[in-house]
Design a protein around this ligand. Sequence first.
Ligand SMILES: [Zn+2]
Length: 116
Amino acid sequence: MRRKEFDEARKRLMARRQELVTVIQGGDAGIAEIRAEREIEFGDEAQSEEEQERIARIGEAESAELARVDTALARLDAGSYGTCAACGDPIEPRRLEASPYAVQCAACAGATPKRP
Ligand SMILES: [Zn+2]
């Protein structure tokens, strides 16, 4: 990968990281909002199981994505970004474009069969 591509990838990842951190940190505020909404709709009825689950899941997907962003940033720092972690071949630029935290090439990730 060229220097410019690294810089662009880092910029994208840092921007996404900031978004995710904002969502995760806003999670508590989100929960308070749901509770307030529910009080208006249902008074002081006990929370349903479904609702408890919904609250528990806030930020779950974002936390998982944040871990992937951090992994990609660590690989950028180590200079291994854009290189397949499994076979060492360069990861297809199109693949990185679609999934900036890909750590394997399409073949190793099983997306397409590898040509001999
Ligand atoms: Zn590979």
